[in-house]
Design a protein around this ligand. Structure first.
Ligand SMILES: C[S@@+](CC[C@H](N)C(=O)[O-])C[C@H]1O[C@@H](n2cnc3c(N)ncnc32)[C@H](O)[C@@H]1O
Length: 275
């Protein structure tokens, strides 16, 4: 990690975490832990310095973290433009509210389901995705998110996929192989792999880690020009065994201050004589 003031960086990430909506486990929203967010944000900000970056889903809020760390001067590098494409309106609105409050002019979000054609093909230099990890589908769900990332960069440029990486389990190895094969077929090669870097708030597998798998397009290789349609068999186990996508968007019901307890969560037992 480049030299940063760790205390200031952790406190800034703490602001970002306060702003994240509560995760929906059923759609694989499983958030990265705070220390790993600091390290990951520094790394991704460095790799994307001066670039236009598309995030295909970003419940973790690495997008917000890199914009915030840059604007606060905690990092003196970062992207010039960041757009988060997520199907959860709570996440998109949380990104927009934070960007507005902290005047992060390079940061925006757009409601988007990755099963639909990608709306801004070729408008970005770099993609980032932490997709559903594909334990029950051999990585097909990863390929959908990765494919959209490649479309975002018009089949050129670079990107990072964050996926499971474990010494003891078989399925992450199968997924890593399948995803790399898919990327090669699209004209991207693995530029680097940083193993077992991140931990998550994942109750049923607290030790499962993810890696950074970084891809770069081979110049002048066949381009992914059109937005690809998704084959029906890819959907069956998309979010886990027998858990196909059922919703186009998760809608936000009411504006929440995420760092503050909601009134539904508690009731008050008053002191004698108090009203
Ligand atoms: C799948 S989760 C993976 C875990 C990751 N650590 C996280 O919680 O962000 C990543 C993001 O993808 C979003 N997502 C899930 N399904 C999606 C879909 N069909 N289209 C677009 N975004 C989706 C989630 O809302 C979440 O923000």
């Amino acid at each position: 990690m480049a030299e940063v003031d760790l205390r200031t960086a952790v406190n800034a990430i703490s602001d970002v975490i306060q702003n994240r909506p509560r995760p929906l486990r059923i759609y694989d929203q499983i958030y990265m832990k705070a220390g790993d967010m600091v390290m990951q944000s520094e790394l991704i900000a460095r790799w994307t310095n001066g670039k236009r970056v598309a995030f295909i889903g970003d419940g973790d809020a690495i997008s917000v973290s890199i914009a915030y760390l840059h604007n606060r001067g905690i990092l003196d590098y970062g992207p010039t433009k960041i757009v988060v494409f997520d199907f959860d309106e709570r996440i998109c609105n949380a990104v927009k509210r934070f960007a507005d409050k902290e005047r992060l002019e390079q940061l925006d979000a757009e409601l988007y389901n990755c099963l639909d054609p990608f709306p801004q093909c070729g408008k970005f230099d770099f993609f980032y995705t932490n997709p559903p990890w594909g334990a029950s589908n051999g990585g097909d769900s990863v390929k959908v998110f990765l494919g959209r990332g490649m479309e975002a960069t018009g089949g050129s440029g670079e990107g990072v996929v964050v996926i499971a990486d474990d010494d003891d389990l078989v399925w992450p190895k199968v997924v890593l192989k399948n995803v790399q094969e898919y990327a090669l077929a699209q004209g991207f090669y693995v530029q680097k792999m940083m193993s077992q870097l991140h931990e998550y708030h994942l109750d049923d597998a607290p030790n499962l880690r993810s890696c950074n798998l970084a891809f770069r397009a081979v110049p002048d290789s066949p381009r992914v020009l059109a937005s690809n349609a998704i084959a029906p068999e890819v959907l069956e186990n998309f979010y886990g065994r027998d858990n196909p996508p059922r919703v186009r968007y998760v809608r936000e019901k009411k504006r929440l201050e995420y760092g503050i307890a909601d009134e539904d969560e508690y009731s008050l037992e008053l002191l004698d004589g108090a009203s």
